[in-house]
Write a protein that binds this ligand. Sequence first.
Ligand code: DGL
Length: 279
Amino acid sequence: MHTTKPIGVFDSGIGGLTVVRHLIKQLPHERFVYLGDTARVPYGNKSAPTVERYSQQCAEFLLTHDVQCIVVACNTASALALQHLRATVSVPVIGVIEPAAVYAYQQSINGVIGVIGTRATIGSNIYSTTLDRVSHGNVRVHSTACPLFVPLVEEGWLQHAATRSIAEQYIEPLLACGVDTVILGCTHYPLLLPLLGQVAPAVQWIDGGSPTAKYVADNIVQHLHVNEHPTVPPTIPEIRMYVTDTSPMFQQLATQFLGMPSQEPVRVTIEHLTAVSQW
Ligand code: DGL
């Protein structure tokens, strides 16, 4: 039987579309419901209880769309709220941290791995503890918060001299520690890949969206239904987009993050989110 249930994805804003991009590649036949909490972005400088509460509300909104699973595209929400969501939500909840950590461990040759992310993600130490666990203590991890990257990406300064100079300052201490692999621990950072590749060409940059999508395809979706897909996937992926606030920049940024034009988003108010949630 082929389920008609969509895959739910949420993020603090539109950055999570970089993860949806990989999900579409891995699962071209699936339907998606995306919620971007654009009224309350950024999550990356908020406290754990606040990120937990917001994430719970996002997850419960997705449940009202009868989703088969929830992908937490936001690294900060994955870092601070995943355990809580798994304990309270009735469908499988997949975060981006563990798939990225496993993949980085597989890719690193010298076992010295860097992690960059928001202040909240880096402060949580989640990547270090996860890398330590999945490698059985066989890696050294060096992390640094890069709070200026999110606004620079949203400004479209992907190749700007200022961004390059800031990137050099953020990355230099990691290079000095001998990292050969660096996890892009934030939804926005994959857009900086061309620039980061120029700043540190010898480094392998890990976009967690790709291993996360593969994990969902291999372990979650196929377990829920027997595939009886039509042979040709839809040319335009079906993504129902919801945001908690709209901005004139949305469509342009969404296209950049998703790598293709997207549907007009529907606005849901924070009041609606809190009303469907008990949190
Ligand atoms: N989506 C967030 C993350 O991946 C970045 C933006 C924010 O700070 O909310 O951590």
